[in-house]
Design a protein around this ligand. Sequence first.
Ligand code: MG
Ligand code: MG
Ligand code: MG
Length: 306
Amino acid sequence: MAIYTCGHTTPDSDSVCSAISLAYLLNKIGREAIPARQGELNPETQFILNKFGFEAPELKTEFAGCELFITDYSDIAQAPKDWAEATIVGIVDHHKLGDLTTSTPLECWIRPVGCTNTIVKEMFDFHKVEIPKEIAGIMMCAILSDTVIFKSPTCTDTDIKAVRELSVICGIEDFGALGMEMFKVKSQVEGVSARNLILRDYKPFDMHGTHVGVGQLEVVDLAIFDDIKDALQKDLEALRAENNLHTTALLLTDIIKEGSEVLVASQDASVFEKAFNCKLVDGKVWIDGCLSRKKQIIPILEPAFA
Ligand code: MG
Ligand code: MG
Ligand code: MG
């Protein structure tokens, strides 16, 4: 039986590219694997796959009876609904340890680095498998995306070393320029509905029994949101109410100014205000230096619901 490699719901570039790179590695070491994704590709991921000549992995949302190697998450909230009926054979991830459990032994590669593909790179090295040029390209782009071209506080020396090595393999010396090109693609919001923008890179969390959703849009200039911010805020509240969530938030991250304007919709916004020691004005606040949802938002918000 082939193993499915698959990342989180609302897949980002790291989830999609790690499914592909990990499946390639598993096949090379004699374990048949098929990459999959739980949702539509975002424009950045589409750009990366086009650039290096890859098809989108199989769209798959049901895994009952399948063997599954999870990439880029370990939270039930981001897993396929029938995850408990699948056999999870492995996890490769760079987030906080989530709440997935298994009934059989599994292989875990979990490290506090900036990107899952950095860990997949270590797996290639561990198994002494050569990385093909195109695979190196998508892995490098995923690391540049997750680490915001090394600016994110989640970025480590291991990520930078991985990008340098991958850039040699894929033959793209000026990876900074490619990173910027990618973030420009990511910054295109014209003609996209407020809901689709909120859900483009959205993660649901169970914070001590309280349900919260946090989206993030990383762009090169926040001015592109000037005309649509009101619509985003309205829809953030609609999304919260429809799903009976306590709080929804959307990070509008400016990767050049290095900070995020956070839009918040909440049953009780004082929880957010207390957690971040801030005052929301019209449901929003600028947090200087905030680039990472994983490191600068979730660990601060989660204890507020304990
Ligand atoms: Mg991800
Ligand atoms: Mg990631
Ligand atoms: Mg991200």
